[in-house]
Ligand binder design. Sequence first.
Ligand code: WTA
Length: 658
Amino acid sequence: MESALSNLLHEDRRFNPPPELAASANVTEAAYAQAEQDRLRFWEEQARRLSWSQPWHTTLIWKPPFAQWFVGGKLNVAYNCVDRHVEAGYGDHIAIHWEGEPGDTRSLSYAQLQQEVSKAAHALTSLGVHPGDRVMIYLPMIPEAAISMLACARIGAVHSVVFGGFSAQSLRSRANDAGAAVLITADGGFRRGSAHALKAIADEAVEGTGIETILVVRRTGQDVFWRAGRDIWWHDLVDAQSAEHAWQAFDAEHPLFILYTSGTTAEPKGILHTSGGYLTQVSYTHHAVFDHKADTDVYWCAADVGWITGHSYIVYGPLSNRVTQVMYEGAPDTPHQGRFWELIDKYRVSILYTAPTVIRTFMRWGEQLPAQYELSSLRVLGSVGEPINPEAWMWYREHVGRGRCPVVDTWWQTETGAIMISPLPGVSSTKPGSAQRALPGISADVVDETGNSVSYGEGGYLALTEPWPAMLRGIWGDAQRYQDTYWSRYAEQGYYFAGDGAKKDEDGDLWLLGRVDDVMNVSGHRISTTEVESALASHPAVAEAAVVGAHDCLTGQGIVGFVILRGEHDCGAAQVLLTQLRRHVTDQIGAIAKPRQLMVVPELPKTRSGKIMRRLLRDVADRRELGDVTALAEGGVMEMIRASVSVDSVAPSIPEPR
Ligand code: WTA
């Protein structure tokens, strides 16, 4: 039988954990065996990392696809992230070193965070917010974003954060779907040196929704429209509240938040997460995957709180572990392209967590930039959001980690809530580009169309074969869609279908190969975009690459590639280079994957969280009208791409003999 997905790329480089890190690692090899022996007991042990007001009586009730974890247990999520550290004597310990894009700063100790969250909790209650009510949050990367989320958690309200780059239309549809009555926003935020408006977008968004109150943080000082009776300044309402707040415990399955995810293709889905299981897994994974040590580490997750990465690895996981973290408001190139490295030196950051798209941008800017900084405080580097191509992984390791820091490539989703597949920095011998192994307590496999496990060395679809504590509890208001999207494909086995292609290498390690919707079918061979893109990006002239399957009358689909060249390569010489690049792909992974056409482009279309929108590139390759472009981060990018691609060069061509 034809395998579900071809295995083309082979990678032999290996990096052992640094001996000092391995010697004092938070988690060792033994954890895998322990979890294997008794998975539920393993998770019970991790749940004891938290402070519970009432213990659970049943660890897991699993009626596929509906799970309940730590049933009967009660806890307060905000207490676990803030107050208990103050009670333990760490009130002066810094929780957040915040850095605004213009260079203003603010540091919050755990005692100060406790006061701010308490005041915000009172403020929400005064606005009539009750446990279970939904609150929309539409803020820039300022401390009030974390404070608002924690204030909701503290009073049992359900937050739904919408990324500050989204439009009025996106905010409106989410507020309507969630049925929220309160929206927290700011006048604006700073990005790339200017103040962008948020309140004005919020004003437009709330028309025709159930939003009755807009709580507004003053950040930029720009003029805002004001509707008396609806709009309230944060500093008027919140600052006037008592800094003491008696929290109450909620059920482990009490809803914590809804986060809308549109992915690269479909209509947004409101992914619902609950309290006890979610906090257990984000806390454990932050401890295990980053080897986080509260007394000495300074941690920085460079995501936005509007994404799941920000929820789980800026707010809930790290704060539950008494982190000291950097939170940065702005862009990596403002006021200069060395801003990240400057911040790392300034705060002596020891753990950095960012995305492949950011790493590839740094590669384009050149290694001479990080080289100007010390970066000697770094000890663990993480990646999330997309498959990381081996070249970017190596660059991250060498030019940021200086060959000293383990790189952990973490696979997970909004739906999984927490990291699922990743190396452990003190245990794994890492492989550039591989997420490697399901974490202790997590069960994942690569399966074929019928749900059978594929052999080592073969590709297929990623499935999660057992329920996990931080799993989504459903899609808000749409149980049927929850069943259909994630659980119908492998209903017989009861597996969760992740929608990602993957392969198992000869050691059984996992490699993520991109979304199933993007898989290309060339002459009956199912080829992942990730492997061809990684092969292209391993050529020294290429900074970034995206490939898609375009209609081809001979082969079904032909591979069409879009490449961004590195700074020093001249587009004028492109024709010769493109021929070389096609040959390079053949040499790296085989003639079957040789692109039919390659085009040099100035940019790639990406979602606001940095994922490449291959669907739009397929439209270009097939010379169709462009589909829905509303999810694009930079509106003009498709015109730029179209303008740089002459119509001739996208006409289907007869493939060369292999
Ligand atoms: C992709 C982000 C390969 C994948 C936390 C997944 C990855 C989707 C990785 C979820 C990785 C995320 N390697 N692919 N390390 N991490 N992905 O919901 O396709 O924004 O299904 O969650 O991103 O994206 P989401």
